[in-house]
Design a protein around this ligand. Structure first.
Ligand SMILES: [Zn+2]
Length: 263
């Protein structure tokens, strides 16, 4: 598996300024997967040479604009300009069926162009088969403003990748990611600021300490954390948790196959 970051910015300031992009990330393996295509995801696909027509599975973890904005166009690309019934979508209930106000992340037109649309339920493993290639995705629980939001553990090509999506730390969060080769954490903030719903450094340290992935990656970085130095923050997490940790950058590629051989 290879991960390509199409956006590593989090928070309001990055969303509007695009100082760091908000395109989510791509996982390239037997199946090409696009996760959380926020604003600019389509442009980022082209800038970082990730053909959106090759995406076999689209995952949208919750119905916030920085995660869902470009989902429609990615679905259109995946399904041959929405002319073929092709590609899978896994999304939170809010993305697919709508939230309590009736807002929905993706139009029925675009969902109708896909071969499968699945509402994710935490803990309920989904077996994926796209073009004869297989993988599985187990949605995980989150604690965030969108109550139906999910993270996930993906198993593909003999490796496992965990993604917290937007969440705060809660009792039991780490159990969901135990044994993952890589864990991507949306570490928005360096310090606790009294606003709930997101991970900050000391809680990501606790998460990594408990889950013990082989590699930890922080992304969805807020402006303040970036200004203070994202690499510095990653080093701090690594030192305190004992887990090798890197800070994601726009366009960064992480080759998990090489990571595995290099130990
Ligand atoms: Zn969110």
């Amino acid at each position: 598996m290879e991960i390509v970051f199409l956006g590593t910015g989090g928070g309001r300031w990055n969303l509007i300024s695009q100082a760091r992009r908000t395109g989510g990330f791509r996982i390239n393996g037997s199946i090409a997967i696009h996760v959380d295509p926020g604003p600019g995801a389509l442009i980022a696909c082209h800038d970082f040479r990730q053909d959106p027509r090759k995406v076999g599975l689209l995952v949208v973890t919750h119905n916030h604009i920085d995660h869902v904005n470009d989902a429609g166009v990615i679905a259109e690309a995946m399904s041959g300009f929405a002319l073929e019934k092709k590609g899978w979508l896994i999304g939170s209930r809010s993305v697919i069926l709508g939230d309590e106000k009736g807002d929905r992340g993706i139009s029925s037109y675009h969902m109708g162009a896909l071969a499968r649309v699945i509402v994710a339920k935490p803990g309920k493993k989904i077996s994926i088969a796209v073009n004869g290639k297989k993988a599985s995705l187990t949605p995980t629980r989150t604690k965030h403003d969108d109550k139906t939001g999910i993270g996930f553990v993906l198993e593909m090509d003999g490796q496992s990748l965990g993604y917290t999506s937007d969440t705060e730390y809660f009792y039991g969060i780490s159990d969901q990611y135990r044994g993952c080769d890589v864990l991507i954490a949306n570490n928005l903030k360096a310090k606790k600021d009294g606003v709930p719903g997101h991970l900050f450094t000391s809680h990501t340290i606790r998460l990594f300490q408990e889950a013990q992935p082989k590699l930890g990656i922080i992304t969805h970085l807020g402006m303040r954390l970036i200004r203070a130095g994202a690499e510095k923050e990653a080093k701090k997490i690594q030192k305190a948790s004992g887990v090798r940790t890197i800070a994601a950058k726009d366009g960064m590629r992480v080759d998990l196959a090489a990571f595995k051989t290099n130990g």
